[in-house]
Design a protein around this ligand. Structure first.
Ligand code: SF4
Ligand code: SF4
Length: 92
């Protein structure tokens, strides 16, 4: 049984879940075959109430990423850019 990967850092400060880091309980990573991005990103005039920076990858659609196993991220932790891209995305 694998554990979810942490969002170690996220630079997308426009996201309502960003409060010095990702506070979303579980993010979803989607995107396209040349780019993985956090589809939980949302720009709202609010900040999520959970104030600990403990975001995790709930699921990831990028099956071609070397870290993906059955829609789960096995990287351990990921880094997310200011444009909400998964910087840990890697295709063999
Ligand atoms: S990882 Fe996604 S949900 Fe979390 S703060 Fe960054 S863009 Fe928002
Ligand atoms: S490292 Fe790969 S499997 Fe993990 S969230 Fe990013 S794109 Fe998905």
């Amino acid at each position: 049984m694998s554990t979810a990967s942490l969002v170690a850092s996220c630079s997308a400060t426009a996201c309502a879940f960003n409060d010095g880091g990702c506070t979303a309980y579980a993010i979803t990573v989607g995107g396209s075959s040349d780019k993985a991005n956090c589809v939980t990103f949302v720009a709202l005039d609010a900040r999520a109430a959970i104030s600990s920076e403990n975001g995790q990858v709930g699921t990831c659609h990028r099956l071609e990423c070397v870290h993906n196993a059955d829609l789960l991220c096995t990287a351990g932790e990921i880094t997310v850019s200011d444009t909400a891209d998964c910087l840990s995305y890697e295709v063999a």
